[in-house]
Design a protein around this ligand. Structure first.
Ligand code: HQG
Length: 181
């Protein structure tokens, strides 16, 4: 299987496991899990047939580890990034002093005013790696890198969680905790 095929499957999995499970008639449980068997069967019925081995390959080689299997491999879910209501069950964690957020330069003005908001997702997504976040920002045009004073936020009582694939999640980032470029 080539890279573009893998990307295509990964994007489709993101769509149905994060945003639109109804598109192929699956339902996520309260923690975002769906049975692998059901997922494969419903993907097949929607003209997106893949084997269990291909699914395993896409999950294990995904560069951002976007998906995870349950320990018994009977269930699968997206590790973060949902817009549908799920409780991923992540617990509070002390963040590093500094985190980063990549955005588009044209959003910076608004963010200066309102801070970082979660928009359509459950949380604001932050990363410990500046380089990766710049790529995130570049998806929407000329990128801008914001430095987030996560340690200060935490000491002020704001809650942080970390997803299985290492993304830092928080409700919102008020402007005073953002260092702008
Ligand atoms: C921006 C990728 C104006 C925000 C990444 C972002 C991430 C504001 C956009 C994950 C704003 C929302 C999420 C405000 C925030 N005014 N714009 N007040 N507050 N924004 O896609 O963080 O590849 O929901 O900067 O790695 O870009 O999908 O969030 O540009 O973890 O696995 O509003 O997506 O992961 O966009 O990306 P998104 P995001 P995956």
């Amino acid at each position: 299987m080539n890279e573009s095929e893998k990307t295509r499957i990964s994007k489709f999995l993101s769509l149905v496991l994060r945003h639109e499970p109804g598109k192929i008639g699956i339902t996520l449980d309260a923690s975002g899990w769906v049975e692998v068997e059901e997922l494969l069967q419903k993907m097949g019925a929607s003209g997106k047939r893949i084997s269990r081995d291909i699914l395993r390959l896409v999950v294990s080689t995904n560069e951002k580890k976007r998906f995870e299997f349950s320990a018994d491999e009977r269930h699968i879910r997206a590790s973060q990034g949902h817009s549908v209501e799920v409780d991923l069950g992540y617990t509070e964690k002390v963040p590093p002093e500094i985190l980063y957020h990549g955005t588009a330069a044209r959003f910076v003005e608004m963010i200066r005013e309102k801070g970082l908001l979660k928009m359509d997702r459950h949380d604001v997504h932050l990363s410990a790696e500046a380089k990766m976040t710049l790529q995130v920002g570049a998806r929407r045009g000329s990128p801008a890198l914001l430095t987030i004073l996560a340690g200060e936020m935490h000491r002020a009582g704001m809650v942080f969680k970390q997803s299985t694939n290492g993304v830092w999640l928080t409700e919102e980032v008020p402007p005073q905790y953002i260092v702008f470029p």
